[in-house]
Ligand binder design. Structure first.
Ligand code: 5GP
Length: 188
């Protein structure tokens, strides 16, 4: 289980797409969220978009491996699908926030937590503004949250600075490959 976290605008989604293209043993977990879809996002591909009531019902039914309130919306990882993929020998990639990362590590100790950091707060702000996906109010919340998310990221197994995308992708791939080797060497 590989967790990829970053503050909003840190580049984790772009890195995740590159990982999926380059390594066919990695599959991405698709989360449920109560956030409104952004332009171009597809239900079932980027997220499963749900209402707050649907989400609450799923929490009650224990559908989620983990869930959290992030930037004032709810996000959760459906557990059933993950189990199936792990049984097939796949590496499951979770592109989730630091609260979710903490929960996953607590439940599955040998999961690998990778935190992606922008080179500076200034760059993060520029990237977030540049993608024009949030209104002013949501942007403010995400920038404020970026500070504590970065602090929490210090507890991750690895921290990767996303200055040049190609370098960050190859570093994350190397981490994953090394972790696979470690597991092969570990006696049962
Ligand atoms: P966004 O709204 O930008 O797609 O995602 C906002 C934040 O929620 C990001 O940090 C993203 O990684 C995180 N997130 C997405 N899905 C999940 C999930 O299932 N669980 C948790 N804990 N965080 C998630």
């Amino acid at each position: 289980m590989i967790v990829l976290s970053a503050p909003s605008g840190g580049g984790k989604t772009t890195i995740a797409h590159a990982l999926l293209r380059k390594d066919k043993n990695i599959v991405r977990s698709i989360s449920c969220t109560t956030r409104e879809p952004r332009k171009g996002e597809k239900n079932g591909k980027d997220y499963f978009f749900t209402t707050a009531d649907q989400f609450k019902a799923m929490v009650r039914k224990k559908t989620f491996l983990e869930w959290a309130k992030v930037h004032r919306c709810f996000y959760g990882t459906p557990g059933h699908w993950v189990e199936g993929q792990l049984n097939k020998g796949k590496d499951v990639l979770f592109v989730i926030d630091v609260q979710g990362g903490k929960t996953i590590k607590h439940k599955v100790q040998d999961s690998v937590l990778i935190f992606v950091k922008p080179p500076s707060f200034k760059v993060l702000k520029e990237r977030l503004l540049g993608r024009q996906s949030e209104d002013a109010k949501a942007l403010k919340v995400r920038l404020k949250d970026a500070l504590w998310e970065t602090k929490e990221g210090k507890h991750y197994d690895y921290q990767v600075i996303n200055d040049r995308l190609a370098e960050a992708v190859s570093l994350v791939l190397k981490i994953i490959q090394n972790e696979r080797k470690k597991r092969l060497k570990t006696p049962l």
